[in-house]
Design a binder for this molecule. Sequence first.
Ligand code: GLN
Length: 249
Amino acid sequence: MSRLKLRIGYLYPDLLEVYSDRGNVTILQKRAEWRGIFVEVDRITVGDNPNLSDYDLLFSGGGEDREQLLVAEDLLKKRETLISAVDSGTVVLAICGSYQLLGHYFETIGGNRIEGVGLLDLYTVGGKKRLVGNAIGKLNILGSDLTLVGYENHSGRTYLGPEVTPLAEVVNGFGNNGEDGSEGVAQGTVFGTYLHGPLLSKNPVFADHLLELALRRRTDNPFLEPLDDSWELQAHERVVRQYAQAGRR
Ligand code: GLN
């Protein structure tokens, strides 16, 4: 039997890369390879014209408003292939700046309106005070008491429309906007979040969930052998112990 294969598309690695968001790609790659899966990672940036349906998983990191402007223009050109990919079951994980660009628009604090691709029913407006700090959210997916931990730093306040649901409910931190207690978004195979960290280093269960969803494009019944996640889970628990009491900000 030939080895299972996973193709990851890493979008805009040269422009959207803050807080070592690229670590998430390494984590996904390694966790798959440790299960004997053959992984290919392609870097895709401005001016490239890939067929995004060729990828099982697309990842994009955070970035500052200036870089977002450059990316947004290009992402609009990739809109059709992105939508077809999502229709074909491709998993998308977008952090902070790129999460914002999946919505309708991001109006920066400087009054610049950056058009998003409208893949997700949400919009973002820049605020004066940056929303910064360690954050914890109770996941709305995977049907349990699982938490997501990470670090957020954004001026944008994201507001979800009726067509999407939050990825998590804020236990500590600001989340999408510091007002309604929502954090990130989950719609089918598309996930957006404000959490850096890199997010997946401290959230191995979420990392495997993404891998499983992505592998469904390749096999009906993806089985990921359990890994020794004791260090990752210790790091996760440490954040929960340290910050859970602080509450929403
Ligand atoms: N520039 C965006 C904001 O400040 C995103 C920042 C980020 O990706 N960390 O809201």
